[in-house]
Design a protein around this ligand. Structure first.
Ligand code: SAH
Ligand code: SF4
Length: 347
């Protein structure tokens, strides 16, 4: 049965034809309000509710599991209609604001060597309804979500079409009405995707996972960097800033002893030249069994993080540190991934 949660009001009108358009708008509102079924839609007649529930389903996914970390982080496992399982996370910041961390793919084709999702391979892109529903499921736990970060499983710019549809729904003032300014998209640096964002939106905050600005090391750590080399990435970011005029964030997950060398620091300083960028340092969250060049990856030492931060700050670069959240439920960055099905890997 067709799923309605991922349809815009205009698409709903078409799908529900010959029902009058105002019915579609009512249903769109009900989904945003969190109606569990057509039965909750009390301004529709009983007959109509019954007829609708025979032809359509509101949601295609369900909460398959929940893990709570003592720090307030909640991780949801979400079961999809084909049996795949993805993860979404609710994070609470220092001021008690809630942020939803949303996935865009089941698995990820980028293959970053430090990321659990990457180690699973790629299953498939999520559909707009599967993206919207993650937000709805998280909101059923905490009604007042202030921000969204698109930093869950997958590479969002490799699924921009469905993501755009989902964000249009989440930001539609006739429904959920979240402000686009409260949405941050994190990408591993897909050059064509950044250019498309610059040209066609949506107009959200952009973060790029640089990891290191040393080209050879980056390509080893992030195989997707081969097809998206640093000079082309920087040009795309400059193009993005010319068109959108927004400060971007460069994220660097710090891997102890790997990308915390002098070369990484100086390359990072060089990369920020000509960009309006802040650097977000993320201490690597451990994932068991992960190695690089045959040696187990390790967390950075406090001194390594401090030195990196100090050197950038000395050059006038704004540095932010990401706080560790949700580690006991493996809900922190790079720890997401239990797809629950056999993974098909296409590279
Ligand atoms: N695919 C996108 C968004 C999801 S990953 C991207 O790569 O940007 C979100 C962030 O988590 C990225 O900045 C990534 O570098 C970081 N990350 C991945 N694995 C990590 C780990 N084990 N510990 C800490 N951060 C990690
Ligand atoms: Fe994919 Fe991001 Fe993980 Fe890299 S860090 S494998 S791009 S989810």
């Amino acid at each position: 049965m067709p799923v309605l949660s991922g349809l815009s009001p205009e698409e709903l009108v078409k799908t529900l034809d010959p029902l009058p358009p105002f019915r579609a708008r009512q249903i769109f509102k009900w989904i945003a309000r969190g109606a569990a079924s057509f039965n909750d839609m009390t301004d529709l007649s009983r007959d109509l509710r019954e007829e609708l529930s025979k032809r359509f389903t509101l949601y295609g996914s369900n909460i398959a599991g929940r893990l709570d970390d003592p720090d307030g982080t909640v991780k949801l496992k979400i079961g999809l209609s084909d049996g795949a399982v993805i993860e979404s996370v609710l994070l609470r910041d220092g001021e008690g604001r809630q942020t939803a961390c949303i996935s865009t793919q089941a698995g990820c084709p980028a293959g970053c060597v430090f990321c659990k999702t990457g180690s699973l391979g790629f299953l498939r892109n999520l559909t707009s309804d599967e993206i919207v529903e993650q937000f709805l499921h998280l909101r059923s736990i905490i009604p007042n979500i202030a921000n969204i970060v698109i930093m869950g499983m997958g590479e969002p710019l490799l699924n921009l079409g469905e993501l755009r549809k989902a964000l249009d729904i989440i930001t539609d003032p006739r429904g959920l009405g979240l402000s686009k300014r409260r949405i941050t998209l994190s990408s591993s640096g897909i050059v064509a995707g950044i250019r498309e964002l610059a040209d066609a939106g949506p107009d959200l905050r952009l973060a790029v996972s640089l990891t290191t600005a040393d080209p050879a090391l980056r390509e080893e750590l992030m195989p997707i960097g081969r097809a998206n080399p640093l000079p082309a990435l920087k040009e795309a970011l400059q193009y993005y800033q010319k068109k959108r005029g927004r400060r971007i964030t460069l994220e660097a997950v710090l891997l102890g002893g790997v990308n915390t060398r002098d070369e990484d620091i100086s390359a990072m300083i060089e990369f920020t030249r000509g960009l309006d960028a802040a650097v977000n340092l993320i201490p690597w969250n451990p994932v068991e069994g992960m190695t690089f060049r045959g040696i187990a990856l390790r967390e950075p030492e406090t001194g390594e993080i401090a030195r990196f931060s100090r050197e950038l700050t000395r050059r006038g670069i704004t540095v932010t540190r990401r706080f560790r959240k949700g580690r006991s439920v493996s809900g922190a960055c790079g720890q997401l991934g239990e797809l629950g099905v056999n993974i098909v890997i296409f590279f």
